[in-house]
Design a binder for this molecule. Structure first.
Ligand code: AMP
Ligand code: MG
Length: 258
């Protein structure tokens, strides 16, 4: 047993700047036992999350927003399949944010995000999010720096607004190494069952690895707040990734205590 919880170890303290390169993406902070023990623990946590969702729904006052961000092959889909499925789909909605549509581009970048925020009693999961507007948008220079540099404050204000109105926000950055990403890309190319996940744009993104790490560092440093903390999940080991996300969600669920 460790004295510090997984959530305490992985949370980005408000005002601090994480050093992504120094984090061991294959680490398992706060968990000393093996993969089998992790699987048992995950089962327990899933039961707890299922029960939490029922109470959240019945109470119909608070909502939970889970933000998932990662580089390609970082494991967002895996977290949705292994952890988010603990929640009853009737009260849960996963929203994927891709390249904005023409109509979305005619609005401010938070418009489509706010429209998909979870209502009372509901759980919302963002597969990518408004953070893309300071990540891919910044790295690919889709807007000038004078525009994206204003967005960190805007995002903090937006999230504080949701939080003040009953939405509990938890944000996960799934952190994988460049080698792990290469292996997962290779699997996608080799395995016909996984090929659909592959997109040629993924390689272009991979080439800008360093730029993405800097952009992530700024988003994590500038937008981890008490109202909406970021957690950096070492994600090379899928079993640890799922366990850590579930532990943190369960802890938040206990605090919300619907
Ligand atoms: P996927 O998650 O694999 O379906 O891919 C979605 C794609 O949409 C990714 O390449 C993202 O970088 C891209 N995307 C998401 N949000 C934005 C945005 N605001 N502006 C430009 N591209 C975006
Ligand atoms: Mg993709």
């Amino acid at each position: 047993m460790t004295t510090r919880t997984i959530s305490g170890l992985l949370r980005v303290a408000p005002g601090s700047t994480p050093d992504l390169a120094s984090i061991d993406t294959a680490g398992t902070p706060g968990f000393e036992a093996d993969k089998d023990a992790a699987r048992d623990r995950l089962k327990e946590l899933r039961r707890e999350l299922t029960e939490f969702q029922e109470r959240l729904w019945a109470e119909a006052e608070q909502s939970m927003l889970i933000v998932l961000q990662a580089l390609d092959a970082g494991g967002k889909d895996g977290v949705i399949r292994k952890v988010v499925t603990a929640f009853n789909p009737q009260g849960t909605r996963v929203t994927g944010f891709g390249v904005p549509s023409e109509e979305e581009l005619r609005h401010d970048y938070l418009w489509r995000v706010h429209a998909n925020a979870p209502g009372r009693g509901r759980i919302g999961v963002f597969d990518r999010s408004h953070y893309e507007d300071v990540l891919v948008v910044r790295v690919n220079e889709l807007v000038p720096e004078s525009t994206w540099s204003e967005r960190y404050q805007q995002i903090n204000a937006f999230e504080a607004h949701l939080a003040a109105n009953g939405t509990r926000i938890v944000k996960f950055y799934l952190h994988i190494s460049r080698d792990e990403q290469r292996e997962r890309f290779q699997k996608r190319l080799d395995d016909p069952e996984k090929h659909w996940k592959w997109s040629s744009g993924d390689l272009e993104t991979r080439e800008r690895w360093a730029d993405f790490q800097s952009a992530y560092t700024d988003a994590l440093a500038r937008c981890s707040t008490d109202a909406a903390p970021w957690f950096i999940i070492p994600a090379d080991h899928k079993w640890y990734r799922d366990l850590a996300v579930a532990e943190i969600l369960a802890e938040v669920a206990r605090e919300m205590d619907p």
